[in-house]
Write a protein that binds this ligand. Structure first.
Ligand SMILES: [Zn+2]
Length: 156
């Protein structure tokens, strides 16, 4: 069952406001949204000035990691936590580093990640303090505030 958010009743002007609303309705971690609700929240994320895109070459790498068809992921953006923009090694971490960490450290199975991105449900995973990950180049630890697969998944 996907949730639809009544535009008249739900505060949809910011991610924190939407999360407060969803928490008040008993959704604490993950909610499946209908297309309209997902797109509205998605637009808030992609409209944020801090939103950055994972480079195309790294999307191809991610598809390889997850056994997805080549070119399947069109856009996978992210918003770093403030101190995460550039790693000490010089790499700019992206959504790839988060996915790679989840696989390498067994936080999520490849099947779960693949099914999430390949699936038909619009998933909004509500963050509390951000997602910790390891830099793909050097392993240094960072925090990602938001990551967002444009078609159907976001962590925010
Ligand atoms: Zn690094």
């Amino acid at each position: 069952m996907s949730l639809n958010l009544d535009v008249e009743k739900v505060p949809l002007e910011s991610i924190p406001a939407i999360k407060r609303y969803l928490h008040s309705k008993g959704y604490t971690a993950k909610v499946i949204l209908d297309d309209v609700a997902f797109e509205r929240i998605s637009n808030l994320v992609t409209g944020d000035k801090r939103y950055q895109l994972t480079p195309l070459s790294e999307l191809r790498y991610m598809e390889g990691l997850l056994d997805l068809p080549l070119g399947y992921i069109e856009e996978f953006g992210f918003i770093p936590s403030d101190e995460t923009r550039i790693c000490v090694c010089g790499r700019v971490p992206s959504a790839l580093d988060v996915v790679h960490t989840a696989l390498a450290h067994g936080i999520h199975s490849k099947t779960l990640l693949r099914d999430t991105i390949y699936g038909n449900e619009n998933i909004f995973e509500m963050s509390s303090s951000g997602r910790e990950f390891a830099c793909l180049s050097c392993g240094n630890r960072h925090l990602m505030a938001v990551y967002h697969h444009k078609r159907n998944y976001m962590y925010a």
